[in-house]
Design a protein. Structure first.
Length: 39
């Protein structure tokens, strides 16, 4: 799953990722909000 991370001027971090159809198990230590823009 390719992804790109950027730091915004106010100091927050945003990540853009592309996901193919399928099943994913994401083991994250930090809480994460995922926004689906299409699909």
């Amino acid at each position: 799953m390719p992804g790109w991370t950027g730091l915004l001027r106010e100091g927050s971090k945003k990540t853009l990722g592309l996901m193919q159809p399928g099943k994913y198990e994401l083991n994250r230590v930090e809480k994460e909000i995922m926004e689906v823009l299409a699909g």
